[in-house]
Structures are given as C-alpha cells and as structure tokens.
Design a protein around this ligand. Structure first.
Ligand SMILES: [Zn+2]
Length: 408
C-alpha cells in the first residue's frame, strides 16, 4: 500500500489575549472563529477520502499558537502539506475575491500553484472573483508570510487560502451564515482530493483521473509583481448619443500579472466608483464600458486599473461635455427651415416629386443623427400631398364621367 499522504489544516489566528489573535474582524464576524468552522468542515470532508491522514494544528479558536509552532506541529506528524485557513480584509475596504499564497521556490511553488489553481476554480464556480495564486518575497529573498516561511524551513509545503473579504459587500453573500464557512471547508477538501487524485470508498467520490495543470519547477525565486500596470488609456467609443451616457474604451495591460479591477472617476480623479471586475473582450487588453448614470452636463473621466497585487495605474483625464440639447435645438431649427423651403417649392411648382425628395433628405438627416422621427413630422407637407392626390382623383373622375357622357 502506498504511503499515506499527511495533510495538516491550520485554522488561522486564535487565542483570547487581545485583538492580534482575532485576525480580521468586521460586521460582527471574527476571523479566528470562522477560520475554525471552515477548518473543521475541511477536516471532516477530507478525512472521508482514502489514503490520506488529516490533522488540525489546533481545534479551539481560543488556542494561541505561534506560526513557528504551527509549522513544528506539522513536522511532528510528518506532514506533506500545511493549508492555512484565512479570511481577508483590506485597510481601504476596497477589494473583494479569493486568493492563495504559495512558496516562491522549487517544487513547493509548482505544487502550490497546482493546488491553489484548483481551490480558486472551486471558489469562482461559487461566484467569487479569482485574485490569483501568488507569491510574496521579502527583501532578504525568503517568503514574506510567516507560516509559509516557517514551513519552508522544515521542508513542508505550506500555503495560505484567503477565502473572501469580510469587509466588502461584494463578498457578503459568501460570509454571512455558518453554512457559508462550512461550504468553503468542503470546497477546500474537494480541491485537495482533486490535486492528490484521491477517491473515497465511503462516499464514492473519485478524483483518481484528475489531471493537474502543468507547472514547471522554477529554477529561481518567483518574485511578486512589484510594478503597477504598464498602460491605461481611455477614449470615447463614439460621440455621446444622449445626455448622461458615455461609451468608453479602456486599453490597459500589465506585463507581469493579470489585471483584476478598474474603477472610474467623473471628477478628474478626486472620487472613484467601487471596483468593477476587469473583463477583457475578445481583443486583448481592451474592455468596453457604458457609463449611463451621469447627471452632470460636463464630466472629467479618469479610469484606474488594478493588478493582482492591488497596484494601480490611472489614465489621463478625458473631458466630456454634453451639449446635445443645444445641438438638438439647432437641428430642429434646420429641419423647420427645410420644411418651409419644401412648402414653398410645393406652392410654386406644385411638383410632387421634388417635395418627396426633400422629405427623404430630412428623414436621412434625422437617422444620421439618430434622433426620434416622431418628434417633428412635417404636417403641412403631408396636408399638401393629400390635397394634391384628392385633386388628381377628382380630375380623373371628371374626365371619366365626361367620356361616358360622350358615349351616351
Ligand atoms: Zn487571517
């Protein structure tokens, strides 16, 4: 029988001596408690698979444990992997989504990347934004996050799963109920089962044919992206067609990491919208945006794009003025003049065809400017045309009657 794989699940934070042990805390939710709920659910689920032995570093949210102690516990049970369970928050309360932090070197990087990718895929099926599988290296060249660093020292592959943000409304539907935290734990366990190709004689689950993504083992340290996105350029997709609506093209890219979000300002960059997921269209590096809630007659648009490391680049400001009402009035005046001209032509020559041509021209102007046709129908022209037809019919009838009279 093959060697049992040993997984240690580490509920992040814990202890009762002050805030430092709580982790993130928002909306009455404290990380050390929900980390424990998720970790225990993961433990239960993963234990149902064959060929794997599962441990928790501690099983009470009140237990205080240093990062070094967690890694040492993992070593003491001969762990292959340590998975540290966390929920996220940002100082700015800006960000949302899920991310996984992994070791920055060698086989641990490659395997961490494979497992992290599966975890984030599970979460994105639940509807969460994928913020990526990432490394973070400090100035001395070792892993920035303590639990990863301590595990590396002992030869254990340690990763951190940040399930979602506790301080952002966008993730609120994933972190409000006990069953949300349990659901995350089950998704974590399923991901590990897929990564290791496990199956369960207890539940019938079978991932023995699961194929991991190819990740080459890196020869050097895999540093994080330290630079903001390379480019963010905005332009109007077309001239504004109606007041309050702007169609914008954003061209942006980052050569080191993926773009995650963008936000826009209408006041030259003083205040920005909430973050919107960056969705590229078929053409690379381009996203199309319709801003349709603009109430000012003039706006100064600035767009900011964010990469996976929350680094941002702003566009140059783009000034847009809605002078449509004036334009429309002017166009309507022109139409009136044309209609008057048409009526004059009718009176002078009584030429039906010429009148028809003028009407068509007026219509085509309206279509080109995409204004409503119903707003300004040339009523006098229509009356003139109808009268002309009536006259023709009367004349024809007169001639017919005359001929019949002759015959009699
Ligand atoms: Zn945490």
């Amino acid at each position: 029988m093959a060697k049992e794989i040993v997984i240690v699940i580490d509920p992040g934070h814990g202890g009762t001596e002050g805030e430092a042990t709580d982790g993130a805390s928002y909306h009455g939710i404290t990380e050390r408690h929900i980390n424990m709920t998720t970790a225990k659910a993961m433990y239960e689920e993963l234990s149902s698979y064959d060929g794997v032995t599962v441990y928790l570093t501690h099983d009470s949210a009140d237990t205080k444990m240093s990062l070094k102690e967690r890694a040492e516990f993992a070593k003491s049970v001969n762990a292959d992997y340590l998975i540290s369970i966390h929920y996220n928050a940002s100082e700015e309360h800006l960000y949302y989504g899920s991310e996984v932090w992994i070791p920055s070197t060698g086989l641990h990087y490659a395997e961490g990347y494979q497992l992290g990718s599966i975890i984030l895929e599970e979460f994105s099926h639940m509807g969460l934004l994928n913020r990526g599988v990432k490394t973070k290296v400090n100035e001395s060249g070792s892993d920035y996050y303590g639990v990863i660093r301590e595990c590396e020292k002992l030869g254990i592959n340690g990763i951190i799963v940040e399930h979602c943000y506790l301080d952002h409304d966008n993730d609120s539907s994933y972190r409000d109920e006990e069953e949300d935290y349990v659901g995350f734990g089950i998704a974590d366990a399923t991901s590990v089962a897929k990564f290791l190709g496990l199956s369960s004689s207890e539940t019938g689950a079978d991932y023995s044919n699961y194929v991991n993504v190819e990740v080459p083992i890196p020869e050097t340290v895999m540093y994080q992206d330290l630079t903001p996105p390379n480019q963010c350029v905005i332009q109007l997709e077309n001239e504004p067609q109606e007041t309050g609506v702007i169609d914008l093209v954003i061209r942006a890219y980052d050569e080191d990491s993926a773009l995650l979000y963008y936000s826009y300002s209408l006041d030259g960059g003083n205040t920005f919208s909430h973050l919107i997921p960056w969705m590229e269209t078929k053409k690379e590096h381009v996203t199309h945006v319709r801003l349709s809630d603009i109430t000012d007659s003039e706006v100064n648009i600035v767009v900011k794009v964010y990469n996976q490391y929350n680094l941002d680049t702003s566009s140059e400001p783009l000034f847009v003025s809605f002078s449509m009402d004036e334009d429309k009035n002017q166009l309507e005046n022109n139409e009136l003049k044309q209609n008057e001209a048409g009526n004059n032509a009718m009176e002078n020559t009584k030429d039906f065809k010429e009148q028809e041509t003028i009407s068509t021209e007026v219509s085509s102007i309206k279509k080109a400017e995409s204004f409503s046709l119903t707003s300004n129908i040339p009523i006098p022209s229509i009356i003139a045309i109808v009268l002309f037809f009536v006259l023709m019919v009367v004349m024809t009838l007169k001639i017919v009657f005359k001929k019949r009279r002759h015959k009699r």
